[in-house]
Design a protein around this ligand. Structure first.
Ligand code: HEM
Length: 404
């Protein structure tokens, strides 16, 4: 393809506030567009639904960064940590992927997750109890963030009080590449995360409990089903994947409702619409945006476009989720939408392991907030909402008012 790559302009506040006009332009221009994404890395963006769906189950597209020809992708990771950072299921292909996923998949089945409902409801109510007297809050810092962090910490068996620590360092890592930070700062963040995670593992070895992390330590020590690097990588992945995106679903979902009063009224009048509303938030402005990275293991043709071996393929799930060929009137937020098979959780063998948990947390958090915070309204103008730049989309903060 001969066109110049298009920059995804994360320094442009208009793009950060609403990337969808550019996504739309790219989708209309072609099924595969070369883009320069965060951190000056070049990628081939798949823009349309059918192609994105096919690409997500194409075994020629690898999840392993070591298949990328752009050496900067690997160099972004500090050498000492590289091996362990790349040993997680998200960045592995079969057979390692299959083995690693199987180790934890039981903890995330629909049945296991449904049993967590009462606990998630209690945690949600507690957070809202603390907010209620004030009449104003930042719904990200005070609600959308602490809820998933606490849920995943409890599931893993990690002390909830540690959350400020790992939140701080994961936050630094997520931002890398967007604001081109000093590599020394990134190295420091990785070192801290590793020290933190190895400390947790040490504690579980000494004093195992009835939690996921203890189960993983047993799988490592007694059954040799994973290496020490894989164990560290798994814990880090579950901690990070288990909350950042869910914060964005809750914060972004509430933001979407507060900027679409008709949809808010509809949902208030019929709470049975809640599960469909959560699906629509995921489709309309998914937390993984523009999409999911893969690396071409060989030359491949996608929608008639030749993508060279080693290229980074960015499967534009958030772009495809507004493809008018798949979703009628795609730019309209419609919580009653039917046939809403969005790609926000991916597709194929890497389909989000935490999807049932994220859906449940989203439903409980958003539903309870609407019920318990009467008169909920934005305390800033919609265009003043501060969105996080980069591949994990969501509001940084959400100042609101309500009747105490
Ligand atoms: C994978 C999105 C919540 C754990 C994925 C993938 C996506 C995604 C798009 C596929 C990545 C790929 O194909 O390379 C989301 C969104 C969430 C969410 C939008 C919230 C709204 C969670 C939660 C957990 C979790 C709560 C809990 C631990 C994982 C794991 C994987 C994954 C472990 C890797 C699965 C694999 O490689 O087989 N997620 N996720 N996610 N997600 Fe989520």
């Amino acid at each position: 393809m001969s066109e110049q790559p298009v920059l995804l302009p994360y320094a442009d506040p208009a793009f950060v506030a609403d990337p969808h006009p550019l996504y739309r332009q790219l989708r209309e221009e072609g099924p595969v567009r070369r883009v320069v994404a965060a951190g000056a890395l070049e990628a081939w963006l798949v823009t349309r639904y059918d192609d994105a769906l096919a690409a997500l189950s194409d075994a020629r597209l690898s999840s392993d960064v070591r298949d990328a020809s752009d050496a900067r992708l690997l160099r972004q990771l500090p050498e000492a940590e590289r091996e362990s950072l790349l040993s997680n299921m998200l960045r592995s292909d079969p057979p390692d992927h299959t083995r690693l996923r199987r180790l934890v998949s039981q903890a995330f089945t629909a049945r296991r997750v449904a049993a967590m409902r009462p606990r998630i409801q209690t945690l949600t109510d507690r957070l809202l109890d603390a907010l209620a007297p004030a009449g104003r809050a930042d719904l990200v810092a005070d609600f959308a963030l602490p809820l998933p962090v606490t849920v995943i910490s409890e599931l893993l068996g990690v002390p909830v009080d540690d959350r400020h620590d790992f939140q701080h360092w994961t936050d630094r890592l997520i931002r890398r590449g967007v604001r081109a930070p000093d590599p020394a700062v990134v190295d420091e963040a990785w070192r801290h995360m590793r020290a933190y995670v190895t400390g947790l593992i040490r504690e579980k070895r000494a004093e195992p409990g009835d939690d996921l992390l203890s189960g993983l330590v047993t799988a490592r020590d007694e059954e040799q089903r994973l290496s020490e690097d894989e164990l560290v990588a798994m814990v880090f992945l579950l901690l990070a994947a288990g909350y950042i995106t869910t914060v964005n679903l809750i914060g972004g979902g509430i933001a979407a409702l507060l900027t679409h009063p008709g949809q808010l009224d509809l949902l208030r009048s019929d709470p049975a619409l809640l599960p469909g509303a959560v699906e629509e938030f995921l489709r309309y402005d998914g937390p993984v945006s523009p999409g999911i990275a893969r690396f071409a293991r060989e030359d491949v043709e996608i929608a008639g476009v030749r993508v060279p071996r080693g290229a980074t393929v960015l499967i534009g799930s958030a772009v495809a989720d507004r493809d008018p060929a798949r979703f009628p009137d795609p730019d309209r937020l419609d919580i009653t939408r039917r046939d809403n098979a969005h790609l926000a959780f991916g597709h194929g063998i890497h389909y989000c392991l935490g999807a049932p948990l994220a859906r449940l947390e989203g439903e409980i958090a958003i539903g309870t907030a609407l019920r318990r915070l009467p008169g909920l309204a934005l305390a800033v103008r919609p265009e003043e909402i501060d969105w996080r730049p980069g591949g994990l989309r969501g509001p940084e903060s959400l100042p609101v008012t309500f009747v105490p």
